[in-house]
Ligand binder design. Structure first.
Ligand SMILES: Cc1cc2nc3c(=O)[nH]c(=O)nc-3n(C[C@H](O)[C@H](O)[C@H](O)COP(=O)(O)O)c2cc1C
Length: 177
């Protein structure tokens, strides 16, 4: 099983990256799985514009991201929330990839998460991703918002310490096989 995981942010010390890495390792446990965690800093490119697209075609990093999704068996994403919505880093990458094919997630079984330092747990961006999943061919298996990251996640051990949330996550991940 090829597991592709990424946090939808370019924050180098991303809390969503810590969460999605934990989830990917949990899913890989007791399986012969290959985990790849992408860093969106490796996919930074000019802001999508119709002129750039028309003049130069799809940016190679947009194609690379699209192909990574295509090569995966399952996808895990954790969304950071900026002003109630997607981070610019994710939105730009997603916009480029969506011009290859609007079905960016290519029917892949996907679990989405989100976290933030506050009690909202980035649930607004998670709701956006959930609400639009079908338009982008995301085979959504479940979603989980983790509020108050510092209180619920042990950053040294890299584990979700809130038992209720950890158990919910395990239940959702079990739907990925
Ligand atoms: C520009 C900006 C806007 C933000 N807006 C929100 C927000 O709307 N909701 C929220 O819960 N946190 C917000 N935050 C705080 C982020 O949740 C916090 O930076 C978190 O670390 C982002 O996740 P990441 O570390 O995975 O990038 C914002 C942070 C920045 C820099």
């Amino acid at each position: 099983m090829k597991i592709l995981a990424f946090a939808a942010t370019n924050h180098k010390a991303s809390i969503n990256k810590q969460l999605v890495t934990y989830a990917a390792n949990l899913l890989a446990e007791n399986k012969s799985a290959d985990v790849e965690v992408l860093d969106l800093n490796d996919y930074e490119m000019p802001i999508y514009s119709i002129e750039r697209h028309t003049e130069n075609g799809i940016h190679p990093l947009g194609q690379k991201f699209f192909d990574k999704i295509g090569a995966a068996d399952v996808i895990l994403v954790s969304f950071a929330e900026h002003n109630g919505s997607y981070t610019a880093a994710y939105k730009n990458l997603f916009d480029w990839a969506s011009r290859i094919d609007m079905e960016v997630y290519q029917g892949k079984p996907t679990v989405i998460m989100s976290t933030s330092p506050g009690p909202g747990g980035a649930s607004s961006v998670l709701a956006s991703a959930e609400g639009s999943a079908e338009f982008f061919a995301m085979d959504l298996k479940g979603s989980l918002s983790v509020p108050s990251f510092e209180e619920n996640f042990d950053t040294e051990k890299g584990i979700l310490t809130n038992e209720e949330l950890a158990s919910k996550l395990k239940g959702i991940l079990s739907k990925l096989g």
